[in-house]
Design a protein around this ligand. Structure first.
Ligand SMILES: [Zn+2]
Length: 433
């Protein structure tokens, strides 16, 4: 069944690629040959979900020597994923590529994602947890320490998958309220960033396994801690569903133009729809029809809003090895000077442990509507985006292989314990230097 569906899918995408030979054929499917349209229709009928993804996307290398040049690239709808000297690399749809061309931005190299897709989760990367394995692992962790750990769902994805949270609290379970200071660690807003599932999941496991160590025990008695390893389960599953990585970033919403997906990390309601977020549904950085239009980001919103005790937060992404603090959506620093000092001190500490680089999120380029700008602005939670390993596309990019998992987990353990510890009053980090 799967092979049959896949072959239809390939026929359909080959036909789409053909119609796009002159780069761009106007609105999706408008100029496609009848046979292609028929094949596409047949494929859509067979594949109820996931729908066809935007598989005509390209890996592009672009000359962009400074921040304003990078901003122009982002504003064309490209998701920048790496930098090397005066060049950036990232993922562009055909439409975004056309925009670059129209705006006179030089693309040095472009490669179809279908050509450079890497084999797989199931075999070479089987150490990575898919959705079902993540769910099973969370339940197993909770079952191993019922006095401390519990699992509940914060909401559901478009396709009905539960977005699960593991909670560590010695006195409250599930969704029971707690007055203890809280910390939360989330992964995989972006589907193809699978290492960002492994880090929170395996750190949670480590903490539970080491719950009787004196320092850990003390920490857990006084805190309310959450791990949400997969915010975007539909996208993550879609990315690996054929046994070949599909470079999916967004969720699996069916957009009105026939494209698939909203960039969940552009869908939050602070400076929504501003620079660095695309209004083109086809773009990898499409912000969605409105702020919090997506069930996944809505679930995160509700999660925060139900828990005013939350004070520290990491949203894991990959890659680049960075520790980022707000703002991401504006050039200027946050206005609260004491908080800014604390942010910088915390980021530097975490950079020291991980070997990553600490900086304001917008130092690379401005991107609006992300989780951390929202959680800082609206909830006053000290919020960090950590871009995990590897350092570059040339070191494995989104798919660095299973060998990096354990070192990524090791390096990121201390920052997690540190933020849990600081949750009573994160601003005291400002006094630490
Ligand atoms: Zn990401």
């Amino acid at each position: 069944m799967r092979l049959f569906v896949l072959s239809l899918f390939l026929i359909a995408s080959a036909a789409r690629a053909e119609s796009a030979d002159g780069w761009f054929d106007g609105k999706d499917g408008a100029a496609a040959p009848a046979a292609a349209a028929a094949a596409k229709k047949a494929a859509e009928k067979k594949i109820e979900k996931p729908a066809l993804a935007d598989d005509d996307r390209l890996w592009v290398i672009i000359e962009a020597a400074d921040k304003s040049a990078r901003q122009a690239v982002v504003d064309a709808g490209v998701a920048i994923e790496g930098m090397s000297g005066s060049q950036v690399a990232g993922v562009a749809s055909l439409k975004a590529l056309q925009k670059l061309k129209d705006r006179g931005i030089r693309v040095i190299k472009q490669t179809s994602l279908r050509v450079i897709s890497t084999e797989d989760f199931p075999t070479a990367d089987s150490a990575y947890h898919n959705y079902a394995e993540t769910e099973a692992e969370l339940k197993a962790i909770a079952a191993s320490a019922p006095e401390l750990a519990s699992v509940f769902s914060i909401g559901q994805s478009w396709q009905g998958r539960a977005i699960s949270a593991l909670r560590l609290n010695t006195t409250a379970k599930g969704t029971q309220a707690s007055k203890k200071p809280g910390a939360v660690f989330m992964g995989t807003h972006h589907a193809r960033e699978h290492i960002s599932t492994e880090v929170p999941l395996l750190i949670a496991k480590w903490i539970v396994e080491n719950r009787n160590r004196a320092d850990v025990k003390k920490l857990l008695e006084d805190r309310d801690v959450y791990f949400i390893p997969i915010v975007n389960p539909d996208g993550a599953e879609y990315d690996i569903a054929t046994g070949k990585y599909r470079w999916q970033r967004k969720n699996m919403r069916k957009n009105s133009d026939g494209s698939v997906g909203v960039d969940l990390n552009r869908n939050y309601d602070f400076r929504f729809g501003g620079p660095g977020a695309s209004d083109d549904p086809d773009s990898d950085t499409y912000h969605g029809p409105s702020a919090f239009s997506e069930p996944e980001s809505k679930a995160v919103k509700a999660f925060f809003e139900a828990r005013s005790n939350l004070k520290t937060f990491i949203s894991y992404h990959s890659f680049s090895e960075l520790v980022l603090y707000p703002w991401g959506g504006a050039d200027e620093p946050i206005s609260d000077q004491r908080a800014l000092k604390a942010y910088k001190a915390m980021a530097e500490k975490m950079a020291g442990w991980t070997g990553y680089t600490a900086q304001q999120s917008s130092d690379l380029y401005v991107a609006t509507g992300d989780t951390c700008d929202w959680s800082w602005e609206k909830r006053k939670v000290f919020s960090f985006t950590i871009e995990l390993t590897p350092a570059s596309q040339w070191a494995g990019g989104f798919y660095p292989g299973a060998a990096v998992i354990s070192s990524a987990v090791q390096k990121n353990l201390q920052p997690v314990l540190y933020l849990i510890g600081l949750a009573d009053d994160p601003t005291r980090a400002a006094d630490s230097n």
